[in-house]
Write a protein that binds this ligand. Sequence first.
Ligand code: ADP
Ligand code: MG
Length: 246
Amino acid sequence: MSNDSPIISIKDVSKFFDHVVALKNVSLDVAQGEKVVIIGPSGSGKSTLLRTINRLENISRGRIVVDGHDLDDKTVDINKVRMEVGMVFQSFNLFPHKTVLQNVTLAPIKLKGMTKSAAEAMAQQLLDKVGILEKSDVFPAKLSGGQQQRVAIARALAMSPKIMLFDEPTSALDPEMIGEVLDVMAKLAREGMTMVCVTHEMGFAREVADRIVFMADGEILEIASPETFYTNPSHPRTQKFLEQIL
Ligand code: ADP
Ligand code: MG
């Protein structure tokens, strides 16, 4: 694959849940290393769109190609694609009966056949990177929400993904913990990770996003640079939404 073909290509994608139209003709290309922030009101299809990228949702129409793999192609090994796409959710979903270190080493050992010692060495590096190495041996319940979310990020990174998807990673956090998670995400962005983030954190979006995508009612209504998006949005729905959250 050449460098200028998008690492994620979403073309004319629609998704129906019975009679609910969750996505309506959505098209979006994401370049390697690009950071895209998706915002929009609740129920606008943001989570559904993210979930289609690693086929946690099947699409009803259209085409999605991730790192050269057409997700609809029956011969594509979806588990292989999923290893390339890390995902972090609003709820941290750590394994409660495993330590922090075990949470991070589990998938590389099981799915990638990494040795325990190699996985632990890598996990320690990642935990250090997210600033939580000293908690390696504790159980998730002993951690704050911000700490748990940083472990969840380390766990996703342990599969060496090419793409990271974040679905409102800070919206379940107490305000004083939001910054520590956004800082980790910004660091990842600076290192060149391709990122698609659903977040309404404007400071983060302004600093990190290459483009902001605004969704409403399952459609992409506007795609703009952060500068244009926040100061001079073109779509009336965007203007109205920004007035509500700012
Ligand atoms: P957002 O993340 O922007 O809040 P979602 O992608 O979660 O929006 O939801 C988009 C629409 O699809 C909503 O109307 C929601 O109720 C519907 N929806 C999402 N997931 C399901 C599901 N598993 N079953 C039925 N409807 C769903
Ligand atoms: Mg959502």
